[in-house]
Ligand binder design. Structure first.
Ligand SMILES: [Fe+2]
Length: 379
């Protein structure tokens, strides 16, 4: 039988929805509320938002009649003067429950300690000039989580203009940006010349910022090597090496804090973060901001050893990428995936000045989708 030319059976009207045979020959059920709410006329072409208000229907929507006319399903609604026309190929996309395909949902590629020569690099002025190159930059962020930008302008505004290519600058309780220099009265270990253990930033925020920018303006001190590791690489290997430890670190939220005279930020996060597919998507880790645990002390019998095994693994040479940042470079990395730290340096030996800021992961994905896909409303 030639399915393409066979007549499509009349939809069967049920109490709360209708059944219609689609291209696979099978019958598919669609709920009346869903059909009425998503009528193509429900959406305003200018705002690209739904303008139909389903709360104002007097009764639950119900089809008076439904038939296939040409390549569309036509529904005449009971109790209101309205006809809905759905192209059949549009309905096909919703015949089985599944998330809408997402161009930003890309498989991650783990990287290891020898990755530095292969880190994707982009020239900042070229990014500003070329949207296609910006898409490649964000793609590298989604897949690898770490890139280096070169040829940065030597200005305070340079990092802002760079971050705005991905999204709005996302303030934290430290403000719109932060400067990493040695401070006289430091409120944060980053502002000293001490070593800084591997961490993700501001874990005490309920939604810690997703993308971090670190613009190196000067780096002539002795020491001060940058340390980066891919949390996805380490956690994926930890999952194989220590399944029980992985389970506890990915399932048990633990408290983080950041407290000073005018703020008292608190959150609860799992150390290992999983995505919608159950894959490792990142970490939240910071020894200096891990709060005094209020968990059941017997749960800590398993949590703490797992945390220490994982923390030691993060520091293994296999995973640790070590390099010296150069003035004019900007490190851009996923703050929920890439752990970063710093070796101690000699404060008097020269200048070390970084300016940092953040944007959010969701906004980065949004920018990427807009750059690489047509979307549903573009003409
Ligand atoms: Fe940091």
């Amino acid at each position: 039988m030639n399915v393409m030319t066979s007549p499509i059976a009349t939809p069967a009207l049920k109490d709360k929805g209708l059944e219609i045979a689609l291209s696979d020959g099978a019958s598919h059920y669609f709920n009346y509320f869903w059909l009425r709410d998503n009528c193509p006329s429900s959406f305003n072409a200018n705002t690209r938002e739904r303008s139909f208000d389903i709360f104002h229907l007097d009764a639950a929507p119900r089809a008076q009649t439904a038939e296939v006319v040409g390549d569309a399903l036509e529904i005449t609604w009971a109790g209101e003067e309205h006809v809905t026309r759905f192209p059949l190929d549009w309905l096909e996309a919703y015949k089985t429950p599944a998330r809408r395909p997402d161009p930003a949902d890309l498989p991650r590629k783990a990287w290891y300690g020898d990755h530095y020569p292969d880190v994707p690099r982009f020239s900042q002025p070229e990014l500003l000039a070329d949207p296609a190159l910006r898409a490649k930059w964000i793609e590298a962020m989604l897949v690898e989580g770490f890139v280096i930008l070169t040829d940065m302008p030597n200005s305070d505004a340079g990092i802002t203009e760079t971050a705005e290519m991905i999204g709005q600058v996302r303030p934290t309780f430290f403000g719109d940006y932060f400067d990493v220099k040695t401070h006289i009265n430091p409120t944060n270990t980053a502002y000293t010349a001490s070593a800084l253990e591997l961490h993700t930033d501001t874990p005490a925020e309920e939604h810690a910022p997703g993308v971090q920018f670190l613009h190196c303006r000067a780096n002539t001190v002795e020491g001060g090597y940058s340390l980066y590791a891919d949390g996805v690489a380490v956690a994926n290997d930890f999952r194989l090496r220590d399944p029980e430890g992985f389970k506890v670190l990915s399932e048990v939220p633990v408290p983080f804090f950041c407290e000073h005279d005018t703020y008292d930020m608190r959150s609860r996060q799992t150390i290992i973060e999983l995505d919608q597919h159950g894959e490792v998507s990142g970490l939240t880790i910071s020894q200096h901001m891990l709060d005094i645990s209020d968990l059941d002390q017997e749960l800590l019998d398993s949590w703490y050893p797992a945390f220490c095994r994982f923390g030691k693994m993060l520091q293994e040479e296999k995973y640790m990428m070590t390099f010296l940042m150069k003035a004019g470079e900007c490190m851009v990395f996923d703050n929920h995936r890439i752990v970063h730290g710093r070796a101690a340096y000699t404060a008097e030996s020269g200048d070390r000045y970084l300016r940092g800021c953040y944007t959010d992961r969701a906004e980065m994905r949004s920018t990427y989708r807009a750059l690489v896909s047509e979307g549903r409303f573009k003409k």
